[in-house]
Design a protein around this ligand. Structure first.
Ligand code: SAH
Length: 355
């Protein structure tokens, strides 16, 4: 097995290889211990101690908790993890009355350089592995279970661009679906709009939800807000979204961070409605007043403008909801994940080609 093998990296077949020489039922015991009972190897009590110790030694965990911060009366928890090479990532657990959702990172840092996003401001460090992504979910699910709740939803909306790490992201989707038993309908992958990734995802067998971080409905403004738009302009992106919808029949959503005076004008709402109409996209628009980040001067739209924008969309037949911000006080909200990167670092802008 590869050197980077960690507790949640082996597939079931790879684990079977590792357990060669053990009675065959051990594979089921270990697999369900890890993914159904959410147990650490030492806690898989129906397995002999010697094997538990061997597992712990050969398959180390990949996330070391640095900080666990709590907000919203315990309903939002942000974890800062250190990886084996010292890079850091964050995960956010959100507990709602009717569901529990975890927001996972897919990369340490991000190369997409969206100026309003703290992760983009800090630049790219490295890709995460399947095991590192899955472990974020398992640990959050374990924490949720400690609160008497079952985690059932995963959003790939933490640090990084999932579609720039599609293979590992997909490996994690399969594991969460097959081993943890999460429904593909409860998994949402968010992308800045990397068309090749969207097209690959459309070919994948499970119908996961796709979210596209749109933020602007014309190329001029989107080039400015989301630099990768220069490579993958709006019309091509909308075609890819339409094809994804046709292939999957799953929910498509657009994320729109409302930035005061930048993309919250009546003309922006009209353009967005026209874009959805032109491409016959029955998308659901999520409106998020921009959260503050250290490297971006402009602020979120005030509530009155948020409401006005929302009404303009719904008047034009576009489904839209205003997202309540969670965890802004602990920098856990959308666009605020920077894993404690110093502000100086955030000023260095990576090149747009550094995928
Ligand atoms: N890279 C992927 C996954 C990150 S999801 C993507 O772009 O979709 C994080 C979401 O938060 C994206 O929609 C992103 O555009 C949005 N976001 C970034 N900075 C933000 C901020 N300061 N306030 C509100 N939303 C922000």
């Amino acid at each position: 097995m590869s050197e980077a093998s960690t507790l949640y990296s082996p597939t079931r077949d790879e684990l079977a290889t590792l357990l060669q020489g053990e009675p065959r039922y051990r594979l089921d015991q270990v697999w369900s211990g890890l993914y159904t009972q959410l147990a650490a190897p030492a806690e898989i009590s129906n397995v002999p101690k010697a094997l538990r110790e061997r597992l712990a030694a050969e398959l180390p965990t990949s996330l070391t908790q640095v900080v666990r911060k709590v907000s919203d009366q315990g309903d939002t928890i942000k974890y800062l993890w250190q990886l084996h090479d010292g890079s850091r990532i964050e995960t956010v657990l959100m507990v709602y009355p009717d569901r529990v959702t975890v927001c996972v990172s897919s990369q340490a840092g991000c190369a997409m350089a969206c100026g309003f996003c703290a992760t983009g401001q800090a630049g790219f460090t490295r890709q995460l592995t399947v095991g590192e992504i899955v472990e974020q979910v398992v640990l959050a699910a374990r924490d949720a279970r400690g609160m008497g709740r079952r985690l059932a939803n995963v959003v790939y909306m933490g640090m990084g661009e999932p579609m720039a790490n599609e293979a590992a992201v997909w490996g994690s989707v399969e594991r969460l679906h097959q081993a943890v038993g999460l429904s593909a309908r409860h998994l949402t992958i968010s992308t800045v709009g990397l068309i090749p990734g969207i097209r690959t995802l459309a070919q994948r067998p499970l119908p996961v939800n796709l979210a596209v971080s749109l933020h602007a409905a014309n190329d001029e403004l989107r080039d400015e807000l989301v630099p990768i738009n220069k490579r993958y302009p709006l019309d091509d992106l909308m075609d890819a979204c339409a094809d994804y919808l046709a292939a999957k029949g799953r929910r498509l959503s657009f994320e729109w961070a409302l930035i005061d005076g930048v993309n919250d004008r009546p003309s922006d709402a009209a353009e967005l409605a026209a874009l959805c109409r032109r491409f016959r996209l029955p998308a659901h628009v999520n409106l998020i007043p921009l959260n503050p980040t250290p490297g971006y001067p402009t602020v979120g739209s005030p509530p009155s403008k948020v409401q006005a924008f929302h009404s303009l969309l719904t008047d034009r037949g576009v489904n839209a909801t205003v997202r309540r911000n969670r965890g802004t006080d602990i920098d856990a909200a959308c666009g605020q994940l920077a894993a404690g990167q110093p502000v100086e670092l955030r000023k260095q802008r990576p090149s747009n080609n550094a995928e």
